[in-house]
Design a protein around this ligand. Structure first.
Ligand SMILES: C[S@@+](CC[C@H](N)C(=O)[O-])C[C@H]1O[C@@H](n2cnc3c(N)ncnc32)[C@H](O)[C@@H]1O
Length: 403
């Protein structure tokens, strides 16, 4: 349910003060740049400004409402997500190299569950490298892995930048949607405007100007012939393209919410897909207390596929999260009672099946698979080089043709 700011819980005094400092930084940049910044730059500052941005500051972010979180991601919901994913990762590692790079590792929970799952499959990577933009999250990931995966700590390292080349599997769960996007207004007369951010009486406001350069070309490429508002993420295209060029052998496995282009830019989606998350509420006011809400937009999976393809990768699979996880055997993992009491909160604790724990697991897997929750909206794409197919996760229900 989308809410107006008046319906959102009032942030704490500390939260308001941090947001005020970030607003000052943003306002100073707008002024220094002649009164206008792109929405993508605004999003970058609101999410990643060191010490103040949503992902770079002290907010809890991941986790349930009681723990002060704003949203739950799949790895936070149940360790079965990592265990199912491990089967696909193992196939990629066996055919390429024993190395994993995880981009945007959040709380570190996926790494903590994936490493023992790969170990159990006899496919423990020699190196598990984490690429994380946020210094605050990097520290949180280190603490999570010290606590939950001490056996594997000597294999885990953090990257400051991408290696020139790598072989193995690169993973990213909900990373693409957290990258900055530009806001675009197509006009019925053929004009294309970029909606950016300016200041009015000290307040952040939308300001439009004619789109230019790479954004104009990308917007023209979508061929909209009506008044239409939406987002384009040049950052996603550039990131996937850069990674793809560096992949010698192996696969990029990217999981996120999004759609193929013809569905994302459908007339019925006029208005775009920008969403903000605060304390498990969804709102559409990105200027409400900058730095306190997550800001996301849906991923254009056709653009992701094109970026990989143009860099010489094969689009090896594209599917809903539900199909992918089912193909990877999440049903058997659930049915096999491999998850016991307390594991939702503490992976690695002794397995003692209780009715309550099993019910919680079933509920969590239902959220991952249900078409009304994450099952259909979330997609998985595999871009590979030098890998024999087919990939396990796409054996049934592959939709590459829909991209
Ligand atoms: C929505 S969170 C998802 C976290 C985690 N993967 C999960 O599923 O719980 C987005 C993550 O991506 C990171 N991120 C965003 N852009 C990134 C980039 N260009 N490189 C590396 N990490 C990035 C954020 O700092 C954050 O850790």
């Amino acid at each position: 349910m989308k809410l107006s700011p008046a319906e959102l819980p009032e942030p704490s005094a500390d939260g308001r003060a941090a947001s005020e400092r970030l607003s000052g930084v943003i306002a100073a940049e707008i002024t220094a740049r002649g009164g206008w910044i792109s929405f993508a730059r605004y999003m970058e500052l609101a999410l990643y400004e060191p010490g103040l941005g949503y992902y770079a500051g002290g907010a809890q972010k991941f986790g349930d409402h009681a723990a002060g979180g704003d949203f739950l991601t799949a790895p936070e919901l149940t360790p079965l997500f990592a265990r199912a994913l491990a089967r696909q990762v193992a196939q990629v590692l066996s055919a390429s190299a024993p190395a994993v790079i995880e981009a945007g590792a959040g709380s570190g929970r996926l790494a903590a569950d994936l490493l023992p799952a790969l170990d159990a499959l006899g496919c423990l990577p020699e190196r598990y490298l984490i690429l994380e933009l946020s210094g605050a999250l990097r520290a949180r990931q280190q603490a999570t892995l010290d606590e939950r995966a001490p056996r594997y700590r000597d294999r885990i390292a953090w990257l400051d930048s991408l290696p020139d080349e790598f072989s193995g599997c690169l993973l990213g769960n909900e990373v693409l949607d957290a990258m900055p996007s530009h806001a675009v207004q197509w006009l019925a007369d053929g004009g294309i405007e970029e909606v950016g951010v300016g200041l009015e009486a000290g307040r952040l406001v939308e300001r439009s100007r004619p789109a230019q350069g790479a954004l104009l070309r990308a917007a023209q490429g979508l061929g909209m012939a009506m008044d239409y508002r939406g987002e384009i993420s040049l950052a996603v295209r550039a990131w996937v393209s850069d990674l793809s060029r560096r992949l010698s052998r192996g696969a990029l496995l990217l999981i996120d919410y999004g759609l193929p282009r013809h569905e994302l830019y459908h007339p019925q989606r006029n208005g775009g897909s920008l969403r903000c998350h605060y304390r498990h509420r969804v709102h559409q006011e990105p200027f409400w207390y900058p730095g306190l809400s997550d800001i996301t937009s849906h991923v254009d999976f056709t653009a992701v596929a094109e970026a990989g393809f143009d860099a010489g990768l094969d689009v090896m699979g594209y599917s809903s999260q539900a199909n992918f996880l089912l193909n990877c055997g999440i049903g058997e993992l659930l049915g096999g009672a491999e998850v016991g009491a307390g594991e939702l909160c503490m992976p690695g604790t002794p397995l003692r099946g209780t009715a309550t724990a099993n019910l919680r697991e079933r509920g969590a897997v239902n959220v991952l698979l249900s078409p009304n929750e994450m099952g259909e909206l979330f997609k998985v794409i595999a871009l590979g080089r030098g890998l024999p197919g087919p990939l396990l996760g796409f054996l049934r229900g592959d939709k590459v043709h829909a991209l």
